[in-house]
Design a protein around this ligand. Sequence first.
Ligand SMILES: C[S@@+](CC[C@H](N)C(=O)[O-])C[C@H]1O[C@@H](n2cnc3c(N)ncnc32)[C@H](O)[C@@H]1O
Length: 214
Amino acid sequence: MNYNSTYWRPTSIQERTSNSAAFDKSLQSILEEGQLLSLLLKLMKAKKAMEIGVFMGYSLLSTALALPKDGKVIAIDPDREAFEKGLPYIKKANVESKIDFIHSKALLVLDEMLGEEKGEEGTFDFAFVDADKMSYGEYHERLIRLIKVGGLIAYDNTLWYGTVAEPDNAGLPEFVSKVREFLVKFNELLASDSRVEVSQLCIGDGLTLCRRTC
Ligand SMILES: C[S@@+](CC[C@H](N)C(=O)[O-])C[C@H]1O[C@@H](n2cnc3c(N)ncnc32)[C@H](O)[C@@H]1O
């Protein structure tokens, strides 16, 4: 990671919103992340996907476009209003039928999916996680059971503005520090998890790909 570049320095949180060159760079990186995930979905021939954290549906749209006609993406977010703001674009792209939006916090839905009634264990090809960072550990324990062997889980923001490479929280805002500490531990946990093969990419705000191996 080019940690010394302007983009990755923690100050880029301010720079991203106040400096248009940094914003353009940030936007370009987000687009690259979407393109990469779209490519992977096609290579995997994924049919059943999940997205935790939808917001206005940018990554959801990209996933839906990459799935085949009979593919499905279960999209979970407690913010329906944001999803509905992006819905016209999903409709325009003609992929609404591939999306099942669930208006809820994700943990409740994942636990239900793992219950006997739903029985969705080992049925998903792909999951993209881009929601409340402090719950990533709890999502991981559930997703590892919901994804099929050979399937992929992608965790977004695992570099957290590059701050996971800092030796400590010095000079960081409280919210950034809390999540940084959590993500440092989460990244370590993934690296030592024998159930997955892991690759952490310096794209967007850091994207960790986990392929379920057993
Ligand atoms: C960074 S945004 C997602 C952006 C989206 N993936 C994209 O690329 O356009 C994070 C989203 O996570 C959602 N979120 C927060 N807590 C959540 C939870 N417990 N379960 C599911 N989604 C949650 C927020 O409502 C917000 O819309």
